[in-house]
Design a binder for this molecule. Structure first.
Ligand SMILES: Cc1ncc(COP(=O)(O)O)c(C=O)c1O
Length: 423
């Protein structure tokens, strides 16, 4: 974990406080149903009830919504709960395709394909990255889909939620935003707020830009009738035990997001922008210059001149820099193993305390490795070794500006100690 510069855009690390709770006894237990009295199907869930109810309430508070399903164990599981709740055979849905960065669970070969075979793709502008709003509105009016899905895995810029929501509202189409990647940036107020902009449902993973362990969430302001379908398709529809040992760390992560999420998300976006600029200065073809490269944690680089994404990712790994190769929108799908792109995410390194100067340094190491063909492993290891504590946390060793004593507003004493004493 501390030996490599990790730029995988979908990963992050737990704070020491959250991590210490992972092996708790909760991992041996069941708690089907809901934490309210009389709504469990097993006895012995008293302590779990406190934590689960608190996670649910804190999520609602953080995202300003009235409904939160926190039992899903991953983003894919959360997606499946929602797709199975609303999509029936023959229904039309519109999604981002795989080649433009859509997630596999949105595709005919993924979760969505279990429910319907009428999966259409959003029309796009010539750059391939952005949705063409006018043509998309026409498509919705013509096809009258059951559900449309915005949000994707290669996501540098906000999606046109407000514009698409206006049409969906008129036609009674369910608008879902898959915020798996950007959940922590949304919580930190640094990305669009899909629910406030008109999405009916916000889906997310809790472990990419959010500080948590691997789980998923469904967030919404849907009416009770439609929310009941989600509730029933979560349990018993799509899960039973829900890896309960990951609930206490998620509660800690949610408190950390509440206390430090704004600072963190601001630094993540600043780092991604600095990294993009430094890569350009180093001679790389960073995508979407005309839009300012990125407004998220991600940077996409066309590395065809350096041998392709697969070749570059392998060379970087030999030098202890980890990232993933990625199709770029103009790629032929046959290039899947050596596509044009690298997708780089700075959220984990930011969590370890890196700031703009470190982004410049990583860009320099990229140049040395991929353009000058030098071995940089020792340099990388030396550089990485300076970042030993997770920042933006309540841990005593968490650093400096994100001071250890910072409290969640409105709470008395440490909220973590109050909720988690004894677990
Ligand atoms: C847009 C999107 N949705 C869903 C997922 C699935 O998340 P998980 O890995 O938590 O199942 C991902 C994963 O990267 C994703 O990028």
């Amino acid at each position: 974990m501390r030996a490599t510069v990790n730029l995988i855009a979908s990963e992050n690390v737990l704070s020491a406080r959250a991590r210490a709770l992972l092996p708790s006894d909760f991992g041996h237990r069941y708690a089907e149903g809901h934490p309210e009295p009389g709504k469990r199907y097993y006895q012995g869930t008293r302590h779990i009830d406190v934590i689960e109810a608190r996670v649910r309430d804190e999520m609602k508070g953080l995202f300003g919504c009235s409904q939160a399903e926190v039992r899903t164990v991953s983003g894919t599981n959360a997606n499946d709960v929602v797709f199975s709740s609303f999509v029936k055979p023959g229904d039309v849905v519109i999604v981002n395709s795989l080649s433009v960065g859509g997630h596999i669970s949105h595709q005919p070969i993924g979760g969505m394909g279990k429910y319907t075979d009428r999966i259409l793709e959003w029309p796009r502008h010539a750059n391939g990255y952005q949705i063409d709003v006018d043509r998309s509105k026409d498509l919705i009016a013509k096809e009258k889909p059951r559900l449309v899905l915005l949000g994707k895995s290669l996501i540098m810029f906000p999606e046109p939620v407000r514009e698409i929501a206006a049409v969906c509202r008129d036609l009674g189409v369910l608008l879902v935003f898959d915020g798996a990647h950007v959940l922590g940036l949304i919580a930190g107020g640094q990305f669009q707020s899909p629910l406030a902009e008109g999405a009916d449902i916000l889906l997310g993973s809790t472990h990419k830009t959010f500080f948590g362990p691997q789980r998923g969430v469904v967030l919404s302001n849907l009416d009770d009738k439609r929310w009941k379908r989600i509730d029933r398709l979560a349990f018993p529809g799509c899960l039973s035990n829900h890896h309960l040992n990951t609930l206490p760390p998620l509660l800690v992560a949610t408190y950390e997001m509440k206390a430090f999420g704004r600072e963190y998300a601001r630094q993540v976006v600043a780092n991604a922008q600095e990294f993009a600029k430094s890569l350009v200065a180093a001679g790389f073809d960073v995508q979407l210059a005309d839009l300012g490269y990125t407004q998220s944690h991600q940077v996409a680089v066309d590395v065809r001149k350096q041998g392709g994404g697969g070749v570059c990712a392998a060379k970087l790994e030999e030098n202890d820099i980890i990232c993933n190769y990625n199709l770029l929108p103009f790629d032929d799908k046959k290039l899947a193993k050596n596509p044009s792109g690298l997708r780089l995410g700075v959220q984990e390194m930011t969590h370890w305390g890196m700031k703009e100067p470190e982004m410049e340094e990583i860009a320099r190491l990229f140049k040395a490795c991929l353009i000058e063909g030098k071995a940089v492993r020792e340099e990388v290891d030396h550089f990485r070794a300076k970042f030993i504590d997770v920042h933006y946390s309540f841990d005593p060793r968490a650093s400096r500006e994100d001071a250890p004593t910072k409290r969640v507003s409105g709470s008395k004493g440490s909220p973590i100690d109050m909720d988690l004493a004894g677990y």
